[in-house]
Design a protein around this ligand. Structure first.
Ligand code: SAH
Ligand code: SF4
Ligand code: F3S
Length: 461
């Protein structure tokens, strides 16, 4: 109790992608290891951190408005520690101090391995720290003792940065060049997670399928399929996933992994961005719509029920009505399980920023609306097809309402159902009863790996 009263609180606001979220988990773990406790608002916290994203204008604005609010909180209590982490910190660096002089820390994503050391200096916030080197060293996110939250699913970052320089994208400028982590480090982190109860691991990177480890003198060469095979043999790993893949690097060898690796989930997130060859070329994506269609055919030949999700953008400079129709055509051809869709946003310093023939906001918004309605129809139809069918769910957690549990199919669809919360962390059979846009409702049938306690709980024994 005494410890609780003396503990200092931290609050992390996370605004970016899964890699950003993973970086926040790493920082939270470092703070917990140093005796801080998580609190639920920046007002209650002694340490306030905002982990930022600049991929579009919207998250960048959100970061500025949060920094304004947090600066106000710190102005009332100067002993608080205020830090900005992530891609906006990398993009603006020390310039941020002009607008937000209350900041104590500005740290880019490639400097994250310094964070545990920085935590030790938090008691002396008069020293401002600016850490924004785009060091090529890979991330080193091996958590210390104990897991942050008792989670069923865990993430392992296998690479950092991106070399692709798609013409619209800021990521290579703020995350630096592509660097793969050693298989040894990746395996060690996976084993650590599994030993703390994690059952499903998602490998993270901006472009995981270009993962390449050469080792000293190229003697320990491993590509992404090699890494998947190695990880899949780990004891206790029920499910293996990865995100994100780039179509231009999706090899036949990787496609065949979906047929050959027993615990690799039948789901791929494969951003296509646009369905018009003219726009794909301007985007510098390195594939055509025909190449993309061929990849989909190959994936479905190996795994007919594989779930395919994607990212797409409307309103890229010069996008005509016909280009947009081509994008809709590709969506109708593939019938994605779900889609993340965005309107193009100018990013400073990118090649697309310099392009003429920008599309006005109203046209962009109308195209996005049309596209989302087309996809909504497809998602609803695909989910409806699952009604009455059995599914295997990895139970991830419970909801506060009654005994409702929640988990995902191997195809990454959320299923809610009623069952005993002792099933959290195990695989169960359910029958899908109803389908919605973003989730399914199921009925518990049995545990896939039954243990006698579960069977007693459900009156089977
Ligand atoms: N590395 C991944 C995703 C990176 S960012 C990939 O290559 O697919 C996530 C998504 O944000 C992208 O897939 C793209 O659809 C979107 N995006 C990136 N830059 C954008 C911009 N300038 N405007 C609008 N959307 C953008
Ligand atoms: Fe951005 Fe393209 Fe790299 Fe993805 S592959 S992070 S869209 S530059
Ligand atoms: Fe955003 Fe940086 Fe991720 S810009 S999408 S948080 S890599």
């Amino acid at each position: 109790m005494k410890g609780c009263l003396l503990s200092r609180g931290f609050y992390i606001e996370t605004m970016g992608c899964q890699m950003n979220a993973h970086d926040s988990d790493f920082m939270a773990q470092s703070l917990i290891d140093s005796g801080f406790v998580p609190v639920s608002s920046p007002e209650q916290a002694d340490v306030i951190l905002v982990n930022t994203c600049v991929v579009r204008a919207k998250p960048e604005q959100k970061a500025y408005s949060f920094l304004g609010r947090a600066s106000g909180i710190k102005a009332e209590n100067p002993l608080k520690f205020l830090g900005i982490i992530g891609c906006l910190a990398q993009m603006k660096g020390a310039d941020l101090l002009k607008r937000f002089p209350q900041l104590d820390l500005i740290m880019g994503p490639r400097e994250l391995s310094r964070f545990p050391e920085i935590v030790k200096t938090i008691d002396r916030p008069s020293v401002k720290i600016v850490a924004t080197h785009l060091d090529p060293a890979p991330p080193c996110h091996i958590p210390g003792h104990g897991c942050l939250r008792k989670k069923v699913t865990g993430y392992v970052s296998i690479m950092e940065g991106c070399n692709n320089f798609c013409s619209y994208c800021i990521v290579p400028y703020v995350r630096g060049r592509e660097t793969s982590r050693s298989p040894k480090e990746i395996m060690a982190e996976a084993v650590h997670l599994l030993s703390h109860g994690v059952k499903e691991i998602t490998l993270l990177g901006q472009n995981v399928n270009s993962y390449l480890w050469k080792g000293r003198g190229g003697r320990q060469r491993r590509n992404f399929p090699d890494l998947l095979s190695e990880l899949s043999t780990l004891d206790g790993l029920l499910r293996l996933r990865f995100v994100t893949s780039h179509p231009k690097d999706l090899s036949d060898e990787l496609i065949s992994c979906f047929g050959g690796i027993h615990n690799l989930c039948p789901h791929i997130h494969l951003p296509f961005q646009a369905g018009s060859n003219r726009i794909l070329k301007l985007m510098r994506r390195g594939y055509t719509r025909e190449d993309y269609m061929t990849l989909i055919q190959k994936l479905r030949a190996v795994k007919p029920d594989i779930a395919i999700t994607s990212d797409v953008m409307v309103g890229f400079p010069g996008e005509s009505d016909q280009d947009f129709e081509d994008t809709l055509g590709l969506i109708r051809y593939v019938r994605f399980d779900s889609l993340f869709s965005f309107t193009y946003s100018d990013r400073r310093g990118t090649a697309a920023e310099q392009m003429g023939d920008k599309i006005d906001d109203l046209t962009k918004a109308a195209r996005l609306n049309t596209l989302q309605n087309v996809q909504k129809g497809i998602t609803l139809e695909k989910n409806k097809e699952l009604e009455g069918k059995p599914a295997v769910i990895l139970v991830e957690g419970g909801s506060k309402k009654g005994h409702q549990l929640s988990g995902r199919t191997d195809t990454y669809k959320i299923v809610n159902f009623i069952a005993n919360d002792r099933l959290i962390g195990s695989l169960v059979n359910v029958k899908i009863k109803r389908s919605f846009l973003n989730s399914l409702w199921g009925e518990w049938i049995s545990s896939v790996l039954p243990n006698s306690q579960d069977l007693r709980d459900f009156g089977v024994m």
